[in-house]
Every structure is written in C-alpha cells, then in structure tokens.
Design a protein around this ligand. Structure first.
Ligand code: DX5
Ligand code: ZN
Length: 213
C-alpha cells in the first residue's frame, strides 16, 4: 500500500496561505491537511470556512479538514460548502458520532473520526460501516511541533486489525517525521500528516519525499 502525505497548513505562513498551498501541491503532496481549532475543544484558535473557501482555488488536491471544534455537527454543511473533501470530527467532541458520519456522507463528503491519544480505538467499533477514515492523534491536538507519543503506534496496529478488508484510511497526525514515519507505516498507517517536518525548510519537495521514505 502506498503512503499518502498530507502537509498540515498549520505550519505554513498564514500571510501567504494561497502561495503555500500551491507550493506544497507542486512539491508533490497528496492531500492538504487543514486544522480547524475553536479555542474551546483545543487551547488554540485557527480559522474556519471562509479561509478554506479562499484557498480552495489554489489547488485541486484533496482537502482533508480536521475539525477540532465542539460542537462540530451544526457546522458540517459549512465545511462541505467551503470545499472540504474529507471531514473529520473528534470522537471526544461529539455525543452522536454515528449521526455526524451520516450527515457528512449525506453531504457527499468522506467521513472521518479522530481519536485523541488517550481515547481507545473501541469507539469506532460500531460505526466501521460509516467510516472512510480514522485519524489517530499522536500528539494532544492544539499545536504543531510537539513530540510524538509512541503508544499510538500500537493503536494504529489495533485499528488496522479492526478494519480488516474495509476501505478505511488510517491517518496519523502529530510529530510525524522521517524518523517516526517508518514505524507508523509498518503498523498499518497509510496517510501521514506532517506540519513542521514539511514546512521546516523551503525544500518542501525534499521534506515530503523524506517522510514518504
Ligand atoms: C495538531 C494538528 C496537527 C499539527 C501537526 O493539533 O492536528 O495537524 O499541525 O503538526 P506537527 O506535524 O508539527 O506535529
Ligand atoms: Zn490535524
């Protein structure tokens, strides 16, 4: 299985966001990972649908929208209309995950669930048939540049076993580098998010290739 790289624009230069999106597209990224934070579910605040809409014309690549907002359900349609291709909600921020997944698919988008480091993988057990993606957080969400939490490698392996032959992506987010990526891929991850490891130098193509391995 080939691994997909999804640079997180949380680490991009926000003053030049359109150019940055174009640059990672041209550097060979697969998806664009978009971190939406509300200052409530996570202790940081980023941007919402208007900014996503503004960068949409800058690339044709998949917009992977990671909603770190509570509640998310009232806003799902706004993110779909803004240009999201995949909408990911946090298990911890939603009492009605099953309904959220149905809403996202009803909007014609791919549906994902994200799990904080302390959240067990069992929360996805009864919604496997409504899921397109599971996002394993390997840092506590809120900020880029944090250290990788090693225990999440085992969680990836367990999710890979739960998924069996279903077409569900396993994405990992937080502290992904050329050093941590091989362990995640070996455990069964097929999409890797990287913020600082992509944007740390101007050689985005080289940085993406190094994570891809
Ligand atoms: C953290 C975000 C991540 C973050 C990853 O809450 O969800 O996408 O940008 O950043 P790095 O790759 O620097 O750990
Ligand atoms: Zn993210």
């Amino acid at each position: 299985m080939s691994v997909l790289i999804a640079p997180s624009i949380l680490s991009a230069d926000f003053a030049r966001l359109g150019d940055e999106v174009k640059a990672i597209d041209e550097a060979g990224c697969d998806w664009i990972h978009i971190d939406v934070m509300d200052g409530h579910f996570v202790p940081n605040l980023t941007f919402g649908p208007p900014v996503i809409k503004a960068i949409r014309p800058w690339t044709k690549k998949t917009f992977d929208v990671h909603l770190m907002i509570d509640p998310a359900q009232p806003y799902l349609e706004d993110y779909a209309k803004a240009g999201a291709d995949i909408i990911v909600v946090h298990a911890e921020a939603d009492r009605h995950i099953d309904r959220s997944l149905q809403i996202i698919r009803g909007l014609g988008k791919k549906a994902g669930i994200s799990l904080n480091p302390a959240t067990p993988e069992s929360v996805i057990e009864y919604v496997l048939d409504k899921l397109d993606l599971v996002l394993v957080m390997s840092v506590n969400p809120g900020f880029g540049g944090q250290s990788f939490i090693e225990s999440q490698v085992e969680k990836v392996a367990r999710i890979r076993r739960m998924i069996g032959s279903r077409a569900i992506d396993i994405e990992v987010d937080g502290g992904v580098t050329p050093e941590t990526a091989p362990r995640l891929i070996a455990a069964g991850a097929n999409v890797l998010v990287a913020g600082s490891a992509v944007f740390k130098t101007k050689d985005y193509a080289g940085n993406i290739a190094a994570i891809r391995g």
